[in-house]
Design a protein around this ligand. Structure first.
Ligand code: HEC
Length: 143
């Protein structure tokens, strides 16, 4: 009995379970939504804007790539979701980083929660397995 409990606990700690919001999503639908709402800035092929690491004269960063060359996969699902839902400035201020001039707009009034998860699942689907596994491990275990 004790053993069973320990095994159940350990399996909760694996990345596959931790990243479950992105499982069983409508990836094709997410791709269409990405083209309509995100590609203008993040690129039709998720390549981001030129010189995306260099802020402009107002200190605002260009849109980073969402492919494996960017840092999207460095973040857990919750941050990626909130960055899209709330926009960059609000998502960061919820984490105590205030006054950040972010070029990432808020999509809460345009996209449903499921839309956002579908788009993020599409983005993830373009990453190699190794990167998908690394990103899954960024997610703390949760229900
Ligand atoms: C008007 C341009 C624009 C549009 C449209 C846009 N973004 Fe962004 N996005 C940005 C910029 C600029 C950043 C970098 C933000 C920053 O520095 O806070 C960013 C950052 C992000 C990040 C954080 C990524 C990271 O690597 O840290 C996510 C996630 C994201 N965008 C998702 C989306 C999704 C999903 C869509 C479509 C629903 C979208 N964005 C549409 C401009 C845009």
């Amino acid at each position: 009995m004790k053993c069973t409990v320990i095994i159940a606990f350990c399996s909760l700690a694996t990345g596959a379970v931790a990243g479950h919001e992105l499982d069983d999503r409508d990836v094709a639908g997410g791709q269409t939504l990405y083209a309509d709402h995100c590609a203008a800035c993040h690129g039709a092929n998720l390549e981001g804007q030129p010189d995306w690491r260099s802020p402009d004269e107002n200190g605002v960063l260009p849109a980073p790539p969402h492919d494996e060359t960017g840092h999207t996969w460095h973040h857990d699902n919750r941050l990626l979701f909130e960055y899209t839902q709330l926009g960059g400035a609000e998502a960061l201020s919820a984490r105590g980083i205030t006054g950040f001039a972010s070029g990432m707009p808020r999509f809460a009034d345009v996209l449903s929660d499921d839309d956002i998860w579908d788009i993020l699942a599409f983005i993830r689907s373009t990453w190699p397995d190794r990167i998908q596994a690394l990103q899954a491990d960024r997610n703390p275990p949760h229900n």
